[in-house]
Ligand binder design. Structure first.
Ligand code: ATP
Ligand code: MG
Length: 394
C-alpha cells in the first residue's frame, strides 16, 4: 500500500486575511509539539491545508487521535497522494473503496488546479463509474452514503481518501494571548477553560488549596484535571495557592454570611496578581448565573468590583446539563465527580448572602490585612508545569 499522509484543514484562520500565515505557522508549531514522540514527520502547508507525512507510516492512527484535540483544525483525513492522471486516480479510488465494506457511496471532487482537464462533476462521474463497475452490488447514495470518497486535485498533485474526521475547531492555541483559569476540582471550571482555550487563548490555571482542610488527594485531582485540559489547550502552568491563612482570617474577622463572597473576591485578586506576573490578560471562571449564592448577578457584581483584568465566564448562560455535556466531551467529567472536598465548601456558611452590598463588603475587608494576605499567598504559591503531551504517550 502507498504511503499514508495526514491532511489537516485549517478552520476559521482562513478568514484572517494578511495575518493568516501567522495563524497557520502557529498551528504547524502546535501540531509538531502534539505529535512529539510518535516518530519523525515532515510537515508542510499549502492552500489552508497542512500535510503531515510520517516517515515511518505506522503511527498515523495515534497521530490522528492527538490531532483531534488540536484547536484550529476543522477536519482531519488519512489521505493517499496520487499523480494527476485520471487512470491512476480511478485505480487508487477503487482500491480504497475495496478496503471498506460500504454498501453505498458517493464521490466528492474538488479541483483547485483549474488547468486539470476534467471539472469536478466530470471527476465524480468518472471515479463513481469505476467504483460502481469494480465492486459488485455497491450503490450510489448521495444523501446518506456509508462512505464518501473524496478526490482533490491540488496544484501539484492529487489526493484520494475515504475518511474525514471532524477536528476540534476553534483557533490555534497561543494566537489569542494568555488567560488565567480559576480551576477548582468541580465540573464547571475545566469546561470553562476548554471554551476559552478553544478560541486560541493559551491558559494558565490557579487552584486554591486549604491544606489541611483540603487533602493532598484533592490537589492531585486538580493536577489530573489540568493534565486532561492540557491535552486540548496545550502546555500550561498550574499555580497551587495555599489559601488556608486567607480563609481563616476571613472566618475569624468577618460576618459568616459574607464569607463566601469575601473569599471569591480574594481569590480573584490573588489570581489577578499571578496573571499580571505571567503576561496573562484575563481571568476565566466556571460561573453561571444563579447556580449558587456566589453566582447571583449581585454577587458577581461585587466579585468583579475593583478588578482591573476582564473576567471571562463562558458558561454564564448555560444550564448544568449543558455544562456536563462539555465536560463529558473533553473527558474531565469522570475526574471532576470524584468526591474530594474543595476549599469553597470547607468554610461555607449555612446561609450565605445572595444579595451582598458592596459597601458592607468593603467595610468587612477593612478588618483584614488584605494586601499582606494576598502577597503571602502569592509568594508561597507552588508552580507545576503541565505538559500538553503526557510522557507515557511518547
Ligand atoms: P461545580 O460547580 O461543578 O462544583 P465549580 O468549579 O463551578 O464546580 P463553584 O463553587 O461553582 O465550583 O465555583 C465557581 C468558580 O469559582 C469555579 O468555576 C472556579 O472558576 C472558581 N473556583 C472555585 N473554587 C476554586 C478553587 N478551589 N480554586 C480555584 N478556583 C476555584
Ligand atoms: Mg459551579
Amino acid at each position: 500500500m502507498m504511503q499514508e499522509i495526514i491532511m489537516v484543514k485549517c478552520g476559521e484562520i482562513i478568514l484572517k486575511g494578511l495575518n493568516r500565515h501567522v495563524f497557520e505557522e502557529r498551528l504547524v508549531k502546535n501540531i509538531k509539539y502534539r505529535l512529539r514522540g510518535l516518530g519523525k514527520i515532515k510537515v508542510h502547508r499549502a492552500q489552508a491545508t497542512v500535510y503531515i507525512e510520517p516517515e515511518d507510516g505506522s503511527k498515523t492512527d495515534q497521530m490522528i487521535e492527538r490531532l483531534k484535540r488540536v484547536f484550529g483544525i476543522v477536519n482531519i483525513a488519512k489521505v493517499y497522494r496520487v499523480e494527476k492522471d485520471m487512470d491512476k486516480i480511478c485505480a487508487l479510488a477503487l482500491e480504497l473503496m475495496k478496503e471498506t465494506d460500504a454498501k453505498t457511496f458517493k464521490v466528492e471532487a474538488k479541483r483547485s488546479d483549474k488547468k486539470f482537464p476534467l471539472n469536478s462533476p466530470q471527476i465524480c462521474a468518472k471515479v463513481g463509474e469505476t467504483v460502481f463497475e469494480g465492486i459488485e452490488g455497491i450503490e450510489v447514495d448521495v444523501k446518506h452514503p456509508d462512505v464518501v470518497l473524496w478526490v482533490e486535485i491540488r496544484d501539484t498533485e492529487g489526493y484520494v481518501y475515504t475518511n474525514k474526521i471532524k477536528g476540534a475547531g476553534g483557533m490555534p492555541t497561543g494566537c489569542n494571548g494568555k488567560a488565567t483559569l480559576l480551576l477548582s476540582g468541580g465540573i464547571d471550571s475545566p469546561a470553562a477553560g476548554y471554551m476559552i482555550g478553544k478560541r486560541g487563548v493559551e491558559l494558565n490555571a490557579v487552584h486554591f488549596h486549604s491544606y489541611p482542610y483540603t487533602s493532598e488527594r484533592a490537589k492531585e485531582k486538580v493536577i489530573e484535571l489540568a493534565e486532561i485540559m492540557a491535552s486540548w489547550c496545550g502546555t500550561m502552568e498550574l499555580y497551587i495557592v495555599p489559601f488556608t491563612e486567607c480563609q481563616l482570617a476571613i472566618n475569624q474577622n468577618c460576618p459568616s454570611d459574607e464569607g463566601t463572597i469575601l473569599m471569591r473576591r480574594m481569590m480573584a485578586r490573588i489570581t489577578q496578581k499571578i496573571a499580571k506576573q505571567t503576561d496573562s490578560h484575563a481571568l476565566v471562571t466556571g460561573e453561571s448565573v444563579g447556580q449558587v449564592a456566589s453566582q447571583t448577578i449581585y454577587s458577581l457584581e461585587v466579585t468583579n468590583q475593583g478588578l482591573e483584568l476582564p473576567v471571562f465566564r463562558p458558561l454564564i448562560g448555560m444550564d448544568k446539563d449543558e455544562i456536563v455535556t462539555v465536560a463529558r466531551k473533553i473527558g474531565t467529567f469522570e475526574t471532576s465527580i470524584l468526591p474530594y472536598e474543595d476549599c469553597c465548601t470547607v468554610f461555607v456558611a449555612k446561609h450565605p448572602k445572595t444579595k451582598p452590598v458592596l459597601a458592607d463588603i468593603l467595610e468587612s475587608e477593612k478588618a483584614l490585612d488584605y494586601d499582606a494576605l494576598i502577597d503571602r499567598a502569592v509568594e508561597q504559591t507552588e508552580v507545576i508545569k503541565i505538559a500538553g503531551v503526557k510522557s507515557d504517550e511518547c
